[in-house]
Write a protein that binds this ligand. Structure first.
Ligand code: FES
Ligand code: FES
Length: 159
């Protein structure tokens, strides 16, 4: 089997995998980070969202062989720490967004990317950007509130 060097959350991992192994499996089973979830496996739900060079991607449909060693992968474990949460994670706590929680790491990864691209999103921006992240528990209203809260927090931090 081929070897690959993956940079995940600023740490380099050498893994052995078939080139068509989905990045999601590599992250969960070879790298050992379990925060990224499997939902549909066909790029339709957003549960497996991670960032590749800062852009959100569906890791269930991204073959590990398509990723170059220079590319940076960020997972939910890499956007904050237990001591210092990311503003989006703080907002998620404040608004008590999760219900079962299963979709939420993907939701947060998309929200972080949205706010990096559009620091002050309007209602339509949020709806259209978050459209691909499904939540069977229907937490959409709280997700929107949390994104608005995080946007306000981030704009205070970076005027
Ligand atoms: S598990 Fe990847 S989009 Fe659903
Ligand atoms: S919180 Fe349960 S699926 Fe989203």
């Amino acid at each position: 089997m081929p070897n690959y060097n993956l940079t995940v959350n600023d740490t380099r991992y050498k893994i052995e995998a078939e080139e068509d192994m989905p990045l999601l499996w590599a992250i969960r089973d070879l790298v050992g980070l379990k925060g990224t979830k499997y939902g549909c496996g066909i790029a339709q739900c957003g549960a497996c969202t991670v960032h590749l060079d800062g852009m959100p991607v569906r890791s269930c449909q991204m073959p590990v062989g398509s990723i170059s060693k220079k590319q940076k992968i960020t997972t939910i474990e890499g956007i904050g720490s237990e001591e210092t949460l990311h503003a989006v994670q703080e907002a998620w706590v404040e608004e008590q967004v999760p219900q079962c929680g299963y979709c939420q790491s993907g939701q947060i990864m998309s929200a972080v990317a949205l706010l990096e691209q559009t620091p002050k999103p309007n209602e339509e921006d949020i709806t259209s950007y978050m459209n691909g992240n499904l939540c069977r528990c229907g937490t959409y209203d709280r997700i929107k509130k949390a994104i608005n809260r995080a946007s306000g927090q981030l704009s205070t931090e970076k005027p």
